[in-house]
Design a protein around this ligand. Structure first.
Ligand SMILES: [Ca+2]
Length: 464
């Protein structure tokens, strides 16, 4: 009987352990900051784009054509739709995704995917409407972009100017990146309705920057600068600061303008050199900007996933954003190929593992999405740890909302940060009570963050 009881207890205990899927799998360190890592969803196939939605869900694509909506708190994953037109072959398939910046009122989802046109692989940008349960009413915004089984890009994201930015690969044609009549090997800038912005650098053209080989990572910094990762050939992966009308050199230039022929080309063609280049290559993929206080080692850094090198690279930027001042590697070999990254408003980092993409060595449970967070309370719960330091009353806010803060913070600076990590406004605290100006904030989730003379603290608030 005792044996049976022990056995039953063991079974119950096993279920309890299995049930605690959110429990930390391993504790690691980022410099001196202890972090926990967790698999929040597993058994995926080549998750390609992961992004944090305004609904506080993670939205992600799988390359075969699936779009998913993941509850990051429970791990519950909802397959929204599978798009039958997607042609997955080699590197081709369903690639980038972006949500309209005013998603609450304009629930548009933008997708880039490869498809077959006769026997040729092409690429298109499509806009769908999210109806609360699935995607409907697809509208093709740009069709028949050159595609191939490799070098298709493509990341898409909205800029602070409300325009959609899209990277395209050279699709294996070395004549395309320098050809202004081809949309391949470019950064495109597009109105949300698919039309060409009037203020693009080349009138009547989507082309905003040229000379790219295969860019699979784009991010805007809080200051509004656009950075891109770029797959080099067998040398010279790049991190670029992308600017309107600039030429990034491919295929005439790889990496810096340092060979005689490259120097000549660069002088003649307004080439902007990369901020950093890597030889041997890492296979650089998705990037995001870390702007939280939880992990000081990553503050003001671009975090870059890599496929071949299987690590996360942090690239700290100078205060003017024009150079990389510090570079460090994290999690090398821990999970395998890393395809993309997103960061939650409270500073958790999520990585998409990509071992089923045809070039990896999948293990049981691959592919997966990994959550990285500081051990203990994260930014969202800093208020609990430092209860009483900042009070926002009432919250959700009203026109009469005031901030009450301890005396020791008078003289400190504060910032209001959006759910995407963008700094919305900043100011200085001159007294222990003051009105919070939220008049120009759109409905959403924000963080009131204080830093300066003493230990930084933050408090989330909601605008309805
Ligand atoms: Ca070079």
């Amino acid at each position: 009987m005792k044996t049976l009881q022990t056995f039953v207890s063991y079974i119950i205990l096993s279920f309890l352990v299995i049930g605690c899927s959110k429990k930390s799998e391993s504790q690691l360190y980022i410099g001196s900051t202890a972090i926990d890592t967790n698999t929040i969803v597993s058994n995926l196939d080549t998750p390609w784009e992961i992004l944090w939605g305004p609904d506080n869900y993670i939205w992600f694509t799988e390359r075969a054509g699936r779009i998913n909506r993941l509850n990051p708190e429970t791990g519950e994953n909802q397959l929204i739709v599978a798009i039958p037109e997607v042609y997955e072959f080699g590197e081709a398939g369903l690639l980038g995704m972006a949500l309209h910046p005013d998603f609450d009122t304009e629930p548009y989802i933008y997708l880039v995917y490869n498809f077959l046109s006769g026997e040729f692989i092409k690429e298109r940008l499509v806009r769908y409407i999210w109806n609360g349960s699935t995607l409907e009413q697809p509208v093709i915004l740009i069709n028949n972009i050159p595609g191939n089984s490799y070098h298709d890009g493509s990341r898409i994201l909205f800029g602070p100017d409300g325009k959609l930015y899209m990277s395209t690969g050279d699709a294996g044609n070395l004549n395309s990146p320098q050809n202004m009549n081809s949309l391949a090997g470019k950064i495109l800038r597009i109105n949300p309705d698919g039309s060409i912005p009037e203020d693009n650098p080349n009138p009547g053209s989507y082309i905003w920057a040229l000379g790219l080989r295969n860019s699979q990572g784009l991010v805007f910094s809080p200051e509004g600068r656009l950075y891109g990762s770029e797959h080099g050939p067998s040398n010279d992966d790049e991190l670029n600061l992308l600017e309107s009308g600039r030429n990034y050199g491919w295929p005439d230039v790889a990496g810096f303008c340092n060979l005689p022929a490259e120097i000549t080309f660069c002088d003649l063609n307004n080439v902007r050199e990369p901020l950093t280049a890597w030889t041997p290559t890492l296979a650089v993929a998705g990037i995001d900007f870390y702007n939280h206080m939880d992990i000081p080692e990553w503050q003001n850094s671009i975090l870059m996933t890599t496929l071949k090198a299987g690590k996360l690279v942090s690239l700290r930027l100078s205060s003017d954003g024009l150079s990389v001042t510090e570079q460090a590697d994290w999690f090398t070999g821990e999970w395998g190929r890393l395809r993309d990254i997103c960061i939650s408003p409270d500073g958790r980092v999520f990585l998409a593992v990509s071992n089923r993409d045809g070039r990896g060595t999948p293990v049981a449970g691959d592919d997966r999405i990994i959550e990285i967070k500081v051990a203990g309370p994260t930014g969202l719960s800093v208020q609990h740890k430092k209860s009483g330091i900042i009070k926002i009353i009432p919250n959700p806010v009203s026109p009469e909302t005031k901030v009450v803060i301890n005396e020791e913070y008078v003289g400190s600076g504060f910032t209001i940060i959006s759910h995407t990590g963008q700094i919305i406004s900043a100011g200085k605290i001159s007294q222990t009570q003051f009105m919070l100006d939220t008049g120009n904030l759109k409905p959403g989730y924000y963080i009131f963050q204080v830093s300066g003379q003493v230990e930084p603290v933050s408090e989330p608030f909601i605008v309805l």
